[in-house]
Design a binder for this molecule. Structure first.
Ligand SMILES: C[S@@+](CC[C@H](N)C(=O)[O-])C[C@H]1O[C@@H](n2cnc3c(N)ncnc32)[C@H](O)[C@@H]1O
Length: 311
């Protein structure tokens, strides 16, 4: 993928320089013919050539900006979705697909918390509020945070809740490292499981949980995790919280991009999931939705959703 982008960039620059050289030759030729008498122009030929020359310059400038610097995308709301997708990757230094998400998250873990937008934070706040309300009147509770990331946006909000046990799972060593740093000295009981979500089973944990969290994880996976195993891990009175980016927003921004502090922008082409697909899939395993919430951009576009399930 990386090589492909580099090749595309090299091709663009080769085309650019071919264009510039040809253009300079045409300009010099025309200037020579119009002002220095090369080619022995007759009658109105000189005026016509001069007008054509001006039009050539205008068209060349527009073509240059439209084709080489990709302004076409911004200017043309008429452009097709495919054209847009073809233009977008040039913004990124490296693009990953969901099969390569482990590599992506290992590379962005240090910068993950810097890129959060207001809407993403609202999504996290919604998850935090739901957990908080659910555990508030319980003497103690066990939380299973699958794909927990750096922990900064959710787990740290429960830093001082010494009646909680927080079991964290992630398969990215860099994310686990960030989580350890962020939760150092926390008052709640913490257990870190450095494994893939695809390895979850009743035997792996040997206990059931009051809250299971899948926050912004499913769209980074190439397939669904084992929901049968998830069901066995959920307390009969517990809740499963799933929050993710709405496919409406992903259609507009297919790449989840993270600028790195040491230069470059990495992007993950996520696997958009419609909330109804998740509901249908989970209902097959006996989960039912007990609440849902959507976060919208200021212009009303759907940005993310949170679904809460129970058994
Ligand atoms: C977008 S981050 C979300 C982190 C956190 N849950 C949050 O809401 O901020 C996705 C996380 O899922 C983890 N992840 C992706 N695929 C995984 C897998 N197969 N097993 C375990 N964790 C995975 C990544 O390492 C990353 O930490």
């Amino acid at each position: 993928m990386n090589n492909q982008i580099k090749q595309e960039r090299a091709m663009r620059w080769i085309l650019f320089w071919i264009f510039v050289v040809l253009f300079v030759l045409v300009v010099l030729g025309t200037l020579g013919a119009v002002f220095l008498g090369f080619g022995q122009l007759q009658g109105r030929e000189r005026d016509t050539l001069f007008n054509v020359f001006l039009i050539e310059i205008g068209v060349a400038v527009v073509a240059l900006f439209y084709s080489i610097f990709g302004l076409k995308k911004k200017a043309a709301s008429k452009s097709t979705e495919q054209e847009d997708l073809n233009l977008i990757p040039s913004k990124y230094d490296e693009i990953f697909n969901v099969e390569q998400s482990l590599d992506f998250y290992n590379r962005i873990a240090n910068d993950y918390d810097e890129r959060n937008t207001n809407f993403l934070l609202q999504t996290h706040r919604q998850v935090i509020r739901t957990i908080d309300e659910f555990v508030s009147n319980k003497e103690s509770a066990k939380i299973l945070d699958l794909g927990g990331g750096t922990g900064r946006l959710i787990a740290t909000q429960f830093f001082n809740k010494n009646n909680l046990k927080w079991v964290y799972l992630d398969n990215s060593s860099s994310m686990v490292e960030q989580f350890r740093k962020n939760m150092k000295d926390a008052n709640l009981e913490i257990q870190i499981v450095f494994k893939s979500i695809f390895d979850i089973s009743k035997e792996l944990f040997n206990e059931v949980y009051d809250v299971i969290i899948l926050s912004l994880v499913l769209t980074s996976l190439s397939r669904y995790p084992d929901f049968e195993a998830l069901k066995l891990l959920l307390n009969q009175e517990g809740i499963l919280i799933i929050a993710d980016i709405d496919p409406v927003y992903t259609a507009l921004e297919p790449y989840y991009s993270v600028p790195l502090s040491n230069d470059g922008i990495l992007a993950l082409k996520t696997n958009p999931l419609h909330p109804l697909d998740i509901i249908e899939k989970l209902s097959f395993y006996g989960f039912r939705v007990i609440s849902s919430k959507s976060i919208k951009l200021h212009n009303g576009t759907r940005y993310s959703y949170m679904l809460v399930f129970s058994l």
